[in-house]
Ligand binder design. Structure first.
Ligand code: F6R
Length: 254
């Protein structure tokens, strides 16, 4: 894994957006895996700026989102369909037919999971997957204990993840209890992974990810250590626990 240490959320977002737009410029047919949540919002804003200012084209880019809540209509402000539209898709020239997000309202959710996985494979797999990380080490909605062999599947959200995500809802009771997520194996099949980590609340998780410990299903992100091409961009707050041991910001391989 390559670690890029940056000062703050803004610098993380700026480097992430350049990283992604460079990949899109190099490969107009890029298959791009996308995440939601607080971490990538500014990155998406900067991608929109880049689209407006530099004309980076998304017309042949295909996107696959990591996850979606079960039970929320696409128009619901808390659905990930809505999030992606509001924060990225409606501002760039992406072809609607090339946008894939799991359908959390499917009448046959098991079939939806199977077909989502097949859709990714039929497109030749994900070239670059953008990831955030949960304080408990989840990636996508793959909570601790998820099999490293898992494909796209239904998950029951842990109380800690529902509490963390309650900030976007009026009441915690409104946070869905289940979601569809790409599995750990689906994420690991991506050719390249870009993990963004920002803020003090992620500091323990980042320290654990960068530790020498073997991958364990009790800390899902730890599997990333075995992926051949992972770049982590982390800000000073997220690096707090790690930097107690070492000095100034730098880029290095782990
Ligand atoms: C979102 C996702 C999650 C988030 C993680 C961090 O699609 O898959 O794994 O990346 O929960 O969320 P934030 O960025 O809100 O801290």
């Amino acid at each position: 894994m390559k670690l890029i240490e940056v000062t703050d959320h803004e610098e993380m977002s700026s480097i992430a957006s350049s990283y992604i737009s460079n990949r899109v410029r190099k490969n107009s047919h890029l298959n791009l895996g996308l995440a939601t949540g607080g971490t990538p919002k500014r990155t998406y804003e900067l991608l929109i700026n880049d689209y407006k200012n530099n004309g980076t084209s998304y017309s042949y880019v295909t996107t696959f989102n990591l996850d979606e809540y079960i039970g929320l209509p696409k128009e619901d402000v808390n659905s990930y369909h809505y999030y992606m539209n509001q924060h990225l898709f409606k501002y760039i020239n992406i072809d609607q037919k090339r946008i894939f997000i799991p359908d959390g309202l499917s009448q046959n959710i098991e079939l939806e999971c199977k077909e989502y996985e097949e859709r990714i494979n039929a497109h030749g797999g994900i070239d670059l997957q953008l990831l955030g990380i949960g304080a408990n080490g989840h990636i996508g909605f793959n909570e601790p204990g998820t099999s490293f062999q898992s494909d796209t599947h239904v998950v029951e959200l842990t109380p800690s993840t529902r509490i963390a995500n309650a900030r976007f809802f009026d009441f915690i009771e409104n946070v869905p209890t289940h979601a569809v997520t790409m599995g750990i194996a689906s994420i690991m099949a991506s050719k390249e992974i870009l993990l963004l980590v920002s803020g003090e609340e992620k500091s323990q998780a980042l320290k654990r990810l960068l530790s020498a410990d073997d991958p364990t299903e009790s800390f899902p992100a730890s599997i990333l250590k075995t992926h051949p091409c992972v770049t982590i961009i982390a800000d000073t707050k997220a690096l707090k626990d790690l930097n107690q041991i070492k000095a100034s910001p730098t880029n290095h391989m782990i």
